[in-house]
Design a protein around this ligand. Structure first.
Ligand SMILES: [Fe+2]
Ligand SMILES: [Fe+2]
Length: 199
């Protein structure tokens, strides 16, 4: 349930640095996504992206916002047009003259589905966080204490349990970590306390 985008260039070079405001992004999200769980998923991934940009890459606030928006909008077309995911949101952002790096990151968040390889750090981290964020959130829902006291080794145990969150592709997560040159444990340790802030 996705579309092979069949191209590798997205957006327009002259739109570099142009990004909608948070309010505009939330408005688009509300128009396109009704499912609160999907909205939450996108806000969680957005927050992780922003935290990574700020804490690991020391990027400035404008760049942190660009990273946030890539996360916030990456699945915006999933609910209404699952068979065309993520072509619709890519085209919408091109029409709105959004930063090409953001559009490329969204276009490459599932290389096996969309046929676009992650290239930049933004691309790679969106791929790293996407599915793993979902698995960790699913784990929080089955723990009576939610995120409180959650440990990396607990997540690793669920990761190895194929039946747990069976739709989450472990292979893709490992591929993403390999591309970003990060260990799975490192990324999980980064996600737990930060994702806990977005409920
Ligand atoms: Fe997606
Ligand atoms: Fe996603």
């Amino acid at each position: 349930m996705s579309r092979n985008l069949g191209r590798n260039v997205f957006g327009h070079a002259e739109d570099a640095g142009k990004v909608m405001t948070l309010e505009e992004g939330m408005q688009l999200l509300k128009q396109w996504v009704e499912n609160p769980r999907l909205q939450l998923h996108m806000r969680q991934v957005a927050h992780l992206m922003k935290c990574w940009a700020a804490e690991r890459l020391q990027l400035n606030e404008q760049d942190q916002h660009r990273w946030y928006m890539a996360g916030l909008l990456h699945d915006a077309d999933w609910e209404k047009w699952p068979d065309e995911h993520c072509g619709r949101i890519v085209e919408e952002l091109e029409k709105r003259h959004q930063d090409p790096e953001i559009i490329h990151a969204i276009a490459s968040h599932g290389p096996r589905h969309f046929g676009v390889m992650p290239v930049t750090q933004m691309d790679k981290m969106l791929y790293v966080f996407d599915e793993l964020s979902g698995l960790i959130h699913a784990y929080s829902l089955m723990r009576p204490e939610g995120y409180a006291g959650m440990e990396v080794k607990g997540v690793m145990k669920r990761f190895r349990e194929k039946k747990f969150a069976a739709n989450v592709s472990r292979e893709e997560i490992m591929e993403a970590c390999g591309m970003a040159n990060l260990s799975l444990e490192d990324v999980i340790a980064f996600i737990i306390p930060r994702q806990a802030q977005v409920a």
